[in-house]
Design a protein around this ligand. Structure first.
Ligand code: SF4
Length: 338
């Protein structure tokens, strides 16, 4: 496989160009063309000499690849299926709203976490995405210039692919790269023990923890990751950091009819989060085949939200988007594996 330049940090680019006998500053020019100007070919890099462009083209590809499939929902949500470097595919979802446009990015093909209510979990784990795969999902959508936010909430557990996630975020947020503020990026996690502390300490991005159940017994029943790192411990760890300033901490809570939508659960959330500066996002469940769970009725969700808000936990109900193209939360799956 020919190596892609999309996904390389400035230090890696410098190493590659000096090995080819080019001056180190060529690395900065390449980064500018790829990460800031969105170049897809070497021919576009006109401030690099023709001979050097030929040398680069002999050894590398830029690394941008178009989507294999694009589906547009009646609500404007767009779902992309992107090929990965190892010949698989992942889904990416573009969600336009009135005053913002969010991209939901995948970090793995499938997922090891096996949450019972999630289509991706049912798919099993098929590999980590490379930095190139992660960035291509962002750079190769039609509306990249409209993006205001990126959320790592697509397929996979981002903290289970920590190094590649971290490098992708570096490229998105540093001056030689896309120079985006980390405050426009949110990373979602079930709370992976091996990397949660590291992420909190090393990154400035927002954090969204997939709680879904505040009680250990129910959470481990639906989310096997709870056995490795319980929600109590996760909250305890997060309580040691300051979330009151620019960085946001949220808890995602998908509501299942008759399972986790009674006020007993709301009361436990209040107890659990009482010392944390955070918010809770209530998410409507989207039924998937062979899973005997259904969505909580809206009046119950509203009552749940009102209880939390009344008891000091800022809570919102998330609007559901792209359900008709299977792009909503928990519905992502790689159907095309060619
Ligand atoms: S909900 Fe997230 S962590 Fe759980 S199986 Fe699905 S993709 Fe993995």
């Amino acid at each position: 496989m020919v190596k892609a330049l999309l996904g390389l940090t400035i230090a890696q680019l410098q190493q590659e160009v000096t090995e080819l006998g080019m001056p180190r500053f060529t690395a900065g020019q390449i980064a500018q063309w790829i990460y800031q100007k969105g170049a897809t070919t070497f021919d576009e890099m006109t401030n690099i000499s023709k001979r050097h462009r030929e040398l680069l083209a002999d050894k590398f590809v830029v690394g941008r690849v178009p989507a294999k499939e694009v589906h547009t929902s009646k609500d404007g949500t767009v779902k992309y299926l992107f090929p990965t470097e190892d010949g698989q595919a992942v889904e990416t979802v573009f969600i336009p709203e009135k005053d913002r446009a969010t991209l939901c990015v995948s970090s793995q093909v499938g997922c090891k976490m096996n949450c019972l209510f999630c289509q991706t979990g049912k798919q099993g784990f098929h590999g980590n995405l490379t930095v190139t795969d992660i960035l291509n999902q962002i750079y190769s959508i039609d509306d990249v210039d409209r993006l205001t936010n990126i959320v790592f909430m697509g397929q996979g557990e981002p903290l289970d692919n920590y190094d590649n996630l971290n490098t992708a975020i570096e490229i998105l947020t540093t001056d030689y790269g896309w120079a985006w503020s980390p405050k426009r990026i949110t990373v979602s996690t079930v709370g992976l023990k091996k990397n949660l502390k590291r992420f909190v300490e090393e990154s400035e991005c927002h954090l969204a923890v997939s709680m879904h159940f505040p009680f250990h017994e129910t959470r481990e029943q639906y989310m096997p990751a709870e056995r490795q790192y319980g929600i109590e411990e996760i909250v305890e760890l997060l309580s040691q950091y300051d979330w009151s300033h620019q960085r946001r901490l949220s808890f995602e809570y998908t509501m299942f009819d008759g399972v986790n939508d009674s006020l007993v659960y709301a009361k436990e959330i209040v107890r659990l989060l009482k010392n944390l500066d955070c918010r809770v996002n209530l998410i409507r469940y989207h039924q998937i085949p062979e899973v005997p769970l259904s969505d909580s009725p809206l009046p119950k969700m509203t009552a749940f939200r009102d209880y939390l808000t009344k008891h000091g936990v800022y809570t919102t109900i998330r609007t559901s988007r792209g359900q008709d193209i299977e792009a909503a939360c928990g519905m992502l799956i790689t159907k095309d594996k060619n």
